[in-house]
Design a protein around this ligand. Structure first.
Ligand code: NAD
Ligand code: TYD
Length: 349
């Protein structure tokens, strides 16, 4: 069991990182959390309003592609633990422009590892990764920790590369690392380019619901708080050098997901769900679109006692309610207003 004193969190203004900080900062007041985030389009300080005033929380606007910026944070805060969320994370963007994905996900991870390799006080470097590194499944089978890597998109290739480099630093230099490979997350504060928030907001606003190809591709959905709890468990209890797969045991076709969203949005806004289903439009498929992802989470369940708390139904209802109830966040993201606010309020390192 490790006992972190100062945790450097990278990418904590993004979807999963901000949910993780919102859970962990109030819960662990004896731990200092330092959030280093570049605030790309996907980073939003509004997602961190609740933790911003906390004594045990600091924000640094910084780019992991700059080794100096990481070194400066290291010199100032002397973290003993790293939780590495920062990444370019959207598959479609990686198809239209792969370069940022290689720079941030591969070179940015390398920069972090290089700075922390020199440190003797690092007790844990936890790397957050995805099940997409394993490539596509057919109708049968599950991804285990032993499944061979076979990434399809520039995003998944960049995450696969970073996973290998992180493990190499453990084997070669003895850096104490852990890795989690998780399935698709959904929940509050996800940027509305990903399937779930895009469909929720478009459903609410009467806009088209663009389903790629046949809509029969399958993803294994996990509510974000369940992922956050899994990360904490692996961080403090995971074996040195180990990898854990994390998944919700909630396989759905994309069409199932969109139908569920239409139903829940209908119920929560007193509209006829079939009218919302009528907004579905089938659009051109994504190139190299992986057919199916599904996780075997036996290892994290049996070794660390983790299992998801939310069902797909309960998690999706919470998510829909969050987007209905958080108009300020939604409007500022939809209008781009949050970008102006960042320009005025944050100094880049
Ligand atoms: P996100 O895109 O919402 O957030 C990424 C964050 O990283 C943003 O705050 C962004 O500003 C920051 N960032 C990007 N480039 C940076 C740089 N060069 N320097 C510093 N900060 C930078 O992503 P997310 O969905 O929260 O994903 C977080 C991590 O979890 C990623 O590593 C992703 O690969 C992994 N993951 C995501 C999912 C999912 O379903 N979203 C599933 C499994 C794993
Ligand atoms: P996404 O949320 O981008 O996650 P990932 O590609 O990392 O799994 O997409 C989830 C699934 O939904 C994927 O099969 C692509 C599909 N999709 C659509 O059908 N329409 C959309 O507008 C988006 C963004 C995704």
């Amino acid at each position: 069991m490790i006992k972190p004193k100062t945790i450097l969190v990278t990418g904590g203004a993004g979807f999963i990182g901000s949910n993780w900080l919102n859970l962990m900062v109030p819960r662990h007041q004896d731990i200092q959390f330092v959030n280093m985030d570049k605030l790309t389009y996907a980073g939003n300080p509004l997602s961190l309003e609740a933790v911003e005033p906390s004594e045990n929380y600091r924000f640094v606007k910084g780019d992991i592609c700059s080794r100096k910026a990481i070194q400066d944070v290291w010199n100032e805060y002397q973290p003993d633990t790293v939780v590495h969320f920062a990444a370019e994370s959207h598959v479609d963007r990686s198809i239209s422009g792969p370069t940022d994905f290689i720079e941030t996900n591969v070179m940015g991870t390398l920069n972090l590892l290089e700075v922390f390799r020199a440190s003797k006080q690092i007790t844990r470097f936890h790397h957050i990764s995805t099940d997409e590194v394993f490539g596509a499944l057919g109708d049968e089978g599950l991804f285990t920790e032993e499944t061979r890597y076979d990434p399809s998109s520039p995003y998944s290739a960049s995450k696969a590369a970073s996973d290998h480099v992180v493990r190499a630093y453990n084997r070669t230099y003895g850096l104490p690392i852990t890795v989690t490979n998780c399935s698709n997350n959904y929940g509050p504060m996800q940027f509305p380019e990903k399937l779930v928030p895009l469909m929720i907001l478009n459903a609410m606003e009467g806009k088209p619901l663009p389903v790629y190809g046949s809509g029969r591709n399958v993803r294994d959905w996990l509510y974000v708080d369940d992922h956050c709890e899994a990360i904490w468990k692996v961080l403090v209890q995971g074996d040195d050098g180990a990898t854990y797969n994390v998944g919700g045991n909630a396989e759905k076709t994309n069409l199932d997901v969109v139908h569920a969203i239409c139903r829940i949005v209908g119920e929560e806004t007193e509209r006829e769900p079939n009218e919302i289903i009528g907004q579905i439009t089938y659009v051109k498929d994504r190139p190299g679109h992986d057919f199916r992802y599904a996780i075997d989470a036996t290892k994290i369940r049996t070794h660390l006692g983790w299992c998801p708390v939310e069902s797909f139904e309960s998690g999706m209802r919470k998510t829909v309610r969050w987007y209905i109830d958080n108009k300020k966040w939604v409007d500022s993201v939809r209008s781009g207003e949050y970008r102006n606010w960042i320009e005025q309020n944050y100094v880049k390192r």
